[in-house]
Design a protein around this ligand. Sequence first.
Ligand code: ZN
Length: 133
Amino acid sequence: MGRIFVVELEGRCYRCKFCETHLALAEDLISRAFHCDRGKAYLFSKAVNVTVGTLEDRMMRTGLHTVGDISCCCCRHIVGWKYETAHENSQKYKEGKFVLERHCLVGESTFFSDISIRTPSTVSPSVSDVEDA
Ligand SMILES: [Zn+2]
């Protein structure tokens, strides 16, 4: 096995839940409207630190797609899939894009806008941050 080269992303990013490896940037998030077997999934234009598995044709809710499972290059957990080819014209925008399963991700909770933001009681008293000039 060769050395694993891990890319560190700059800025707000989503990480692998299992090993905290950076997987995708929040700014590359295209859609939160995707679904996987276990719940929500997000579509990203790019993902890093993932390896694409064997491609196969899969019939999905939106038609036939050629996809490959993507797994975290560090812990090998499958974290989503990549659309290689979309066979329906209306779905072509997904080609070359990555879906990451929500339950495999951690991110800053403040930008998971689909969950209600509630201040946990365990949070430490807020400290005043450095103000922007
Ligand atoms: Zn991982």
